[in-house]
Design a protein around this ligand. Structure first.
Ligand SMILES: *Cc1c(COP(=O)(O)O)cnc(C)c1O
Length: 228
């Protein structure tokens, strides 16, 4: 397995897809989802030009961070986030993609203010309404963005979603379409400290469909690093 070759191939697919729908390939951010990957693989991915690296577990991320794993690329947190871990990642991550409640927004804002910074975040939407998944429900989004707009220290840049897994890619596409519509609706509204411009959706097996549906940030693991 060659990480640089994999990245090149994924980039080509991204570019081809973007062009197919009349968009600029450069507007699509490639996030390497690096859970379980060792520091030297992550460094290879960064050298090969991924735009960012995303981690799922706070402890694992801090451990690898202490070994300079993410040097040279922005660091995203993409995993489930518990309130008691917030203080460990604010200011360490350039973007927290998985903010899924108003209590997390409060905790992140409070920590960021105490550090004198603004924390960039995405709001995770539970698009399939799956009880085992985190994320706010679509109908709560307006209220949650309003809440974020009134919270100091947090800057919301968009939405993130992990649609339900189906064998048939058509069904995922429906979810991608639903979240894109939500994204467009929210982008049209005006909130303080909220600029809805990033839509993070699409993984190894779905990024082409996600981009076709309007995603501008894809989180890709196994297609870059091989099966976990
Ligand atoms: C692991 C992970 C990915 C990447 O998954 P692959 O199928 O390996 O591409 C994307 N997003 C999140 C939140 C993940 O946990």
């Amino acid at each position: 397995m060659n990480i640089a070759d994999n990245i090149k191939r994924v980039r080509e697919n991204i570019a081809e897809t973007a062009i197919k729908c009349g968009r600029n390939p450069e507007d699509i951010t490639l996030v390497a989802a690096s859970k379980t990957q060792p520091v030297h693989y992550i460094q290879q991915a960064i050298l090969a030009g991924v735009d960012a690296v995303g981690e799922n577990r706070v402890q694992e991320m801090l451990e690898k961070h202490s070994h300079s794993a993410y040097e040279g690329a922005p660091l995203h947190y993409i995993g489930h986030l518990q309130s008691n871990k917030v203080s460990k990642i604010v200011g360490v991550c350039d973007l927290i993609e998985s903010v899924s409640s108003t209590s997390l927004i409060s905790a992140i804002g409070k920590k960021a203010v105490s550090m004198g910074i603004n924390q960039n975040c995405l709001i995770e939407v539970n698009i399939g309404r799956e009880p085992q998944k985190s994320g706010i429900l679509p109908e709560q989004l307006d209220e949650v963005l309003e809440f974020a707009a009134n919270t100091a220290g947090i800057h919301v840049l968009g939405l993130m979603a992990i649609p339900p897994i189906f064998d048939v890619s058509e069904k995922s596409c429906n979810y991608f379409d639903i979240i894109f519509k939500l994204f467009v609706d929210m982008r049209a509204k005006k909130y303080d400290n909220v600029s809805v411009r990033l839509l993070s959706m699409g993984m190894s097996d779905s990024y082409v469909d996600a981009i076709l549906a309007g995603s501008n940030m894809v989180r890709i693991g196994s297609a870059l690093f091989g099966e976990r």
